[in-house]
Write a protein that binds this ligand. Structure first.
Ligand code: ASP
Ligand code: MG
Length: 241
């Protein structure tokens, strides 16, 4: 059984939350699953990196912007691997290029095109929990690209597709997919299940709970995606056929 778990920025904001996520990951590993963990940058890190870059050059090149923004996920991945290690479990962190995540050449909004090596499988076979940076890959020139805001979801689902995972779990700060934004509308209702097509419609209408390309990947490769809260761990919403 192979499960990909993705943790969003809010779920990793601060050492306590990184440890809480690590406990979830190791709980699953302890049950005998192979686990690939995809991480976003902590909290508002990506926004802060953008601000830092803009202070230096309001029109920095897209290539350098990608170099800058990819840093946030690299920090998260290292911290997550260290937190797992602190719990006594074997883990290794990989950047997008180490993991072989290939993309097209579009800096700032690249599309994942494939998995160019078998490093993740090799590390899983060694018994490691593999922590991969979300939101980034490597283009045909060998340069770092990023996938567009919120793109870590797409990293997670793409890896689930390429590795033929049994499930992709997206841990976030809401406990599932709602018909309206539950943070704005207290009366919003939560779906237990939702189809890929309906999910894509919600995203078109402005829902931000999942990156649109992640749902396209899930649909095209028939990957069930569960959206759930990292704070409660209660069953969330399954996005599926
Ligand atoms: N850290 C990136 C962002 O804030 C990617 C992600 O969170 O999925 O957009
Ligand atoms: Mg983020």
């Amino acid at each position: 059984m192979l499960i990909v778990q993705k943790y969003g920025g809010t779920s990793l904001a601060g050492a306590g939350r990184v440890h809480a996520a690590a406990r979830r990951v190791t709980g699953l590993y302890q049950q005998g699953a192979q686990v690939v963990v995809v991480v976003s940058a902590q909290g508002d890190t990506t926004d802060e990196l953008i601000t830092k870059a803009e202070f230096v050059n309001l029109r920095g090149s897209a290539r350098e912007m990608d170099m800058c923004l990819a840093v946030g996920e690299q920090l998260s991945a290292a911290l997550m691997a260290m937190a797992i290690g602190a719990l006594g479990y074997p883990a290794i962190s990989l950047t997008g290029w180490q993991a072989g995540i290939t993309t097209d050449g579009t800096h700032g909004n690249a599309r994942i095109t494939g998995l160019g090596n078998d490093r993740i499988q090799k590390e899983l076979e060694k018994g490691n929990i593999v922590v991969v940076t979300g939101f980034q890959g490597i283009n045909p020139k060998g340069d770092i690209t990023t996938l567009g805001r919120g793109g870590s979801d797409t990293t997670a689902v793409a890896l689930a597709a390429f590795l033929q995972a049994d499930l992709c779990q997206i841990y976030t700060d809401v406990d599932g997919v709602y018909d309206r934004d539950p943070r704005l509308y207290p009366g919003a209702t939560r779906f237990g299940r939702i189809s890929y097509e309906k999910m894509l419609k919600l995203i078109e209408g402005g829902a931000q709970v999942l990156h649109d390309r992640s749902v396209e990947f899930a649909r095209d490769y028939h990957i069930p995606v569960e959206v759930l809260s990292s704070f409660t761990g209660a069953p969330g919403t399954i996005v599926g056929p």
